[in-house]
Design a binder for this molecule. Sequence first.
Ligand code: FNR
Length: 393
Amino acid sequence: MSVITSIEDLRVLAEKRVPRMFYQYADSGSWTEGTYRANEADLARIRLRQRVAVNLEQRSTRTRLLGQPAGMPVAIAPTGLTGMQHADGEILAARAARDFGIPFTLSTMSICSIEDVAEGTGGHPFWFQVYVMRDRGFVERLIARARAGNVSALVLTLDLPISGQRHKDLKNGLSAPPRMTLANLANIAGKPRWWWRMLHTRRRTLGNIVGHIEGLGDNALLSEWCARQFDPTLNWDDVRWIRGLWDGKLVLKGIQDVEDARMAASTGADALIVSNHGGRQLDGAPSSIVALPRIADAVGQRMEVHMDGGIRSGQDVLKALALGARGTYIGRSMLYGLGAMGQAGVTRALEIIHKELDLTMAFCGRTRIEDIDRGVLFDDSDAVPAAPLALAA
Ligand code: FNR
């Protein structure tokens, strides 16, 4: 591959290097994938407003997320099975984030454990995402481990009390942990870099779970445990319960609706994430960028409003900030970098987004993150409708 200049370049390389079942686990959404596609497409539709003759010499993308300094308003989103995109994936991504000065969020369903990431990053603080499982004792222990592992913010995911269905995962036999069918093994055989590294790590199962639940070691049992444990009774009392267990920064992830945002604000959480789980849960839900402005207007004065879904460039970050987000997260942009080139690929993804954000801000005449508002968006409400393509030709 020639020089990598965009997240799309990283995606193409990841598709070549990562076994199909894991690549497609990342690059997929639920059912028709309509919401998955809308996350990117709705961002792409928004036009920016160019300004000129503004002194652009002193520029900075620095900001604060949850009171913590960040090199840009971007954090790494929690993604399950990240250590299957690349051996030791969570540790590598956490190191890239640490070195870049942005938050890394570890998923409950990660391959590397809380302890692995704490050790692998030299005790640098990171964020941890928790699911409410039926086994509340396990959740309490998980939170205690997060505290011991120097976790500086807890992200509670609310939009997965039950799982959305992805056709590709069912066809590929992707489960947690993954099942190795003959077809998968044949595909993996053609990805030598991937399996060579995988052979040289001991981290190949769900690190936060295996060894922390009595009697769970066998993959079949683990799969069954995971399928049983997501708790469909999840409700606001559970959120308050978690709030009581964790006195640090708390972020509620997976909010799409203004009424839910108001409920979230009343729990005393520090932030919420406008998210549709990367289009992996309710197919037919609006894109995050469409859901964002109303939520930011409703609760943005009471808590930090963050957003994820479809962020593939610095332009996307700027658009999310303009519509009320204080910070954004990248899921797939990180996974593609990781699958393509390990830690260097995640760093490359961050560099690309950072540079695009810096230059795009400048083209819009802004030099500081705190000055970004709706004024960077082009108001096309009075624009002459574009001629239909056929006539223009
Ligand atoms: C996710 N996401 C997710 N969220 C979460 O809270 N816990 C998890 O374990 C996972 N796992 C997961 C796996 C994969 C492969 C993906 C792509 C996503 C959702 C994630 O945190 C985030 O909301 C989306 O990825 C954001 O959309 P983009 O940036 O991927 O478009």
